[in-house]
Design a protein around this ligand. Sequence first.
Ligand code: BYC
Length: 330
Amino acid sequence: MYAQMVRSTGKGITPREEMSAQERAFQDRVDRDDRIEPRDWMPEGYRKTLIRQIGQHAHSEIVGQLPEGNWITRAPTLERKTILLAKVQDEAGHGLYLYAAAETPGVSRDEMTEDLLSGRMKYSSIFNYPTLTWADMGAVGWLVDGAAIMNQVPLQRTSYGPYARAMVRICKEESFHQRQGYDIMMKMAQGSPEQRRMAQDALDRFWYPSLMMFGPSDAESVHSAQSMAWKIKINTNDELRQKFVDQTVPQAEYLGLTVPDEHLTWNEERGHYDFSQPDWNEFFDVLKGNGPCNTDRLAARRKAWDEGAWVREGLLAHARKKAARHTAAE
Ligand code: BYC
């Protein structure tokens, strides 16, 4: 019932010789790094990919508030509470910019929400994991926002203008989020033995789900080739995952914590860390709706949607009255 349905239909790139003249001219614009704007002609596949990716991203920001919202009333100090509150509010703002960007290629926010609630649209797998202790607020900021930034900084150069522009502010705010998470981890890692244990436990539980955020391996990624040709995606899933591991392992070492991967080693020849892949069966299972929190997350979104119905109806009634008054005055 709460499945985030796996309905990938990507089939790789349309070869240039099979493109219409209009599609070729569009691809040339993308290749020249022109920005595509909402009123420009675009292939139907490009439009659909934008709605899928930006919409999924918007849903992730909104659902992403839930695991952290859980800790606002439980934050250990007033200062931590205000910081966390500000972060969660930022995520709401990100959701709003992204819904606005996703609407520009021609879908309404209501339709996207209905698609989320019916399981036709996804949100990031990471938010189907619970936040069990205060250290999880550190791990979420450090690892989850860290992974989000790794993915989103290149998206500032994505070919679609409204998406690229939304990313600029989002990335600035995500960078603050990541630092606040790392700051919590530092305090915990330098704290009592119990606090250190909590910090290690949070890293143990969030490490592999964070690696999953970048999506399936390149060999399994159905959309990467076409999305990269259109510059909706700038890097492959595996490239970003590797960059994330390379950046994060020294940060864990600085904290004195151990990344839960016995195969993690620096590969001098490649100039990168070798690391274990996440359990991809678990990833696809979470996408199908079977993660620990899928049911709760969608139930919370459905409740908010249902309880907000009177606001939407009131706004629509007001807009109709205003339009009627305007017409009568003319
Ligand atoms: N979770 O062909 P692929 C955040 C789906 S959180 C769920 O590689 P694509 C935040 C994928 O949609 C991050 N589903 O797909 C942080 C596709 O299924 P559909 C949100 C996933 O799109 C802190 C299928 O698997 N960021 O910002 O080329 C607090 C095959 O995958 C996931 C974004 O959304 C996943 N992890 O690449 C609050 C960034 N991975 O759609 C908020 C923008 C894959 O065909 N998005 N799938 O049914 C992207 O960069 C890309 O969409 C992805 C996936 C890298 C996520």
